[in-house]
Design a protein around this ligand. Sequence first.
Ligand SMILES: *Cc1c(COP(=O)(O)O)cnc(C)c1O
Length: 236
Amino acid sequence: MSTIAENIAKLGERIREAAQASQRDFTQVGLLAVSKTKPSTAIRQAHAAGLRDFGENYLQEALGKQAELTDLPLIWHFIGPIQSNKTKAIAEHFDWVHSVDRLKIAQRLSEQRPAHLPPLNICLQVNVSGEASKSGCSPQELPALAAAVAQLPRLHLRGLMAIPEPTDDVDAQHQAFATVRTLQASLDLPTLDTLSMGMSHDLEAAIAEGATWVRIGTALFGARKAGEPENGQSAP
Ligand SMILES: *Cc1c(COP(=O)(O)O)cnc(C)c1O
């Protein structure tokens, strides 16, 4: 077995155990493989080991890999910060966008989604760590943003995404993810079915609080090289 296949098997165990511990059905928790900075050969191995959903943060890098993988039936998720000049290519080349945090970007994605494709699946990124993170709308902005995005014809609003401040404090992890769950429940949009939250170090807490996508890079593909930007933010 390749290291990637072994890692996927271990992650499957972690996901199953975490789901079981909170009386959830593990099939309700999707494993989104975060392949940023990793080559298309790694994606091929992960696909051969059973994965189908891949998350990318950088548009140009993602388009390059997509072009090398057209023979595989992959589902592509954009999870990085979005500049307005990138929305057209994102609307054309992805199935999901997890990182929408303002209406202007959502409007552009809806206008630019090609007619022959199904509506683009959208998660709104919410910032539950205050000053610690610059990406994501505030909890105060969320209700109006969600109501407006839900009206856009070529988007399918699915739920929320969050990247809480990393911490080893398990109670703090739970608290942050529970905040996301509560925010979603407080929206007057009963059809939302997706919570994109939890990464390599905190997927157990995220699953306990209702995650339906865990976004996993390091625990699947190994560490990214030092100096590479994280979360799509520019390196200092
Ligand atoms: C890099 C990244 C991940 C994966 O993080 P790991 O800690 O490597 O599992 C998940 N979500 C987003 C938005 C990311 O940028």
